[in-house]
Design a protein around this ligand. Structure first.
Ligand SMILES: [Mg+2]
Length: 353
């Protein structure tokens, strides 16, 4: 048996598919199929330590410790999968590697404290590259009050960066993926689609106005994790939320799946940076819905709470849809007349991309 109180570890929710066909490839299983499998094995392995509050399945794990509730998250950036060195500088790579991890602490409404960095490098990497990488990491660590507490280095044919961040959830309050309820509104912080527009710009050598080009470059290479905003959400009793890393529709699908509900998004309400809308036309909506890497916060709450948040958060808060009773994980996107819009892709899927 697995520890139940004070909250059922999330991998219990995955342990419902029974056995797996061992010849299936992970590309066929998909990211969440793989997480289900691992979660099921972990669940079967026996009793979890008594203090575990959130196990596999949320943006970060949470456990009780003497001083309160700790959070832990780990994420990897792999050369050729997440980045190529001809489109990102080493300094930007350092910033982004830490940012994507801090965003998972922000997604829990937590406070980030320590980072451990495992850096696998080709031997021909120069000292200039490594120092630039750490300049990027240290710049963001300084801005967010995170201490670099250790790590590991090793040889590798490609650059592989894995960062673990340890944080805290003051008062034990957290945003969780499984807490959305039918009748709540779906809201996001900031603008969506700018990072994906940045990738399109860099991949296609688009000639955009200098100010917009700089804005998109920053959105893609140097996202700012919404740590302060996540704290304000939990302090205002928001219960359900996550960060948008893979794309609005696919990430909302994960939140809805974990919460056992459906969700509906009104396309016209999706917040897109006005200059992105102007420069990318109809494609801007697609980038906002499924582009990913925005690292904004996606959450659900009642109208009164959202009105309060719109007054206190330092970034725009936009209501773009609602949580509805229905098939778990179903997300529909509708136009101004309520007609469903078909999407070519809901977002990034790790093993099938
Ligand atoms: Mg996340």
């Amino acid at each position: 048996m697995v520890q139940v109180a004070p909250c059922v570890p999330l991998y219990w929710r995955f342990a419902r598919h029974g056995c797996y066909n061992l010849s299936v490839k992970v590309s066929e299983l998909g990211e969440f199929g793989l997480i289900n499998l691992i979660g099921e094995m972990v669940g079967r392995a026996g009793k979890a330590p008594g203090g575990l509050i959130l196990g596999i399945g949320d943006d970060a794990a949470a456990w009780k410790c003497a001083g309160g509730t700790q959070l832990g998250t780990v994420d990897s950036l792999v050369e050729g999968v997440h980045f190529t060195l001809d489109t990102i500088s080493w300094e930007e790579l350092g910033w982004k590697s830490l940012a994507v991890n801090l965003s998972d602490i922000a997604a829990m409404g937590g406070v980030a404290r320590y980072a451990l960095i495992s850096l696998a490098l080709p031997p021909e990497t120069t000292v200039a590259d490594v120092t630039a990488f750490y300049r990027g990491i240290l710049e963001l660590a300084g801005k967010t009050g995170v201490a670099l507490a250790g790590g590991d280095t090793c040889r590798s044919p490609l650059v592989n960066i894995t960062i673990t961040v340890i944080g805290e959830a003051p008062g034990g309050k957290m945003l969780r993926r499984y807490a959305a309820r039918a009748g709540e509104m779906v809201a996001v912080t900031g603008y969506l689609g700018s990072a994906a527009a940045g990738l399109v710009m860099l991949s296609g050598n688009l000639n955009l106005e200098t100010g917009l080009a700089a804005c998109l470059d920053t959105a893609f290479h140097k996202p700012l994790p919404r740590l302060a905003e996540g704290r304000i959400l939990v302090e205002n009793d928001v219960r359900a939320g996550m960060d948008i890393s893979d794309g609005l529709v696919i990430d909302l699908g994960h939140l809805a799946e974990m919460s056992g509900v459906s969700a509906r998004i009104e396309a016209e309400k999706v917040p897109v940076e006005p200059r992105v809308k102007e420069s990318f036309g109809k494609r801007a909506l697609e980038l906002a819905l499924s582009g990913g890497e925005d690292y904004e916060l996606l959450f659900t709450a009642d109208q009164e709470t959202i009105i309060r948040l719109q007054k206190v958060l330092p970034v725009p808060v936009t209501v773009l849809g609602e949580v509805i009773a229905g098939k778990a994980g179903k997300v529909s996107v509708v136009d101004g007349k309520g007609r469903e819009i078909a999407l070519s892709s809901p977002g990034w899927e790790h093993f099938t991309a």
